[in-house]
Design a protein around this ligand. Structure first.
Ligand SMILES: [Zn+2]
Length: 172
């Protein structure tokens, strides 16, 4: 799978997100395995000292108590608290969510945006301005976009990128 690092920045360059190739590959693998069913998980990372760039370190698989269908997904929580506790000691924190829309555009639905606003208000996440990474498309053309949700309920698109992955070579 040929992915590469992605850096998105807001139009005014005040905020950005860096998604390393390893995280892109993890996401696309989980989404490919999910087929035509939505999926998602949480994003772990850290902010730089200027607090204007989020470095994504890990994307979780969907927790075992998640529920999902062709056009909906409800992320569960099983195991996340323990994982977040372990990573906290390494100064890595919850920074947001990722979410997959199979064979559709990587744009959040109104329900997705409501969930992000709820997360921004939930003190237990300690994340007032969470990032949403959307994956759309598959299985060969993938689009990844990223949004940041602000405390006033608005959001901003940070950027969008397309990955075109070649089909596995057929045996002769
Ligand atoms: Zn959705």
């Amino acid at each position: 799978m040929q992915a590469s690092d992605v850096i998105f920045r807001s139009g005014d360059a005040r905020f950005g997100v860096h998604i390393p190739r390893s995280v892109i590959e993890t996401l696309l693998r989980i989404c490919a395995d999910s087929g035509r069913v939505e999926t998602g998980g949480i994003l772990i990372g850290e902010y730089n000292s200027a607090h204007d760039m989020a470095e994504i370190r890990h994307a979780s698989p969907p927790p075992g108590d998640s529920s999902r269908g062709g056009t909906w997904f409800r992320r569960g929580v099983k195991g996340l608290q323990q994982w977040l506790g372990q990573l906290w000691r390494k100064r890595q924190y919850y920074v947001g969510e990722w979410h997959f829309h199979p064979q559709a555009s990587p744009a959040p639905s109104s329900r997705d945006s409501i969930q992000m606003r709820d997360i921004a208000r939930m003190l237990q996440y300690h994340c007032p301005e969470p990032i949403l990474l959307m994956v759309g498309g598959g299985p060969f053309i993938w689009r990844i976009s990223s949004y940041v949700y602000f405390q006033d309920g608005s959001n901003a698109l940070l950027g969008e990128v397309t990955f075109s992955l070649e089909a596995a070579p057929t045996s002769v």
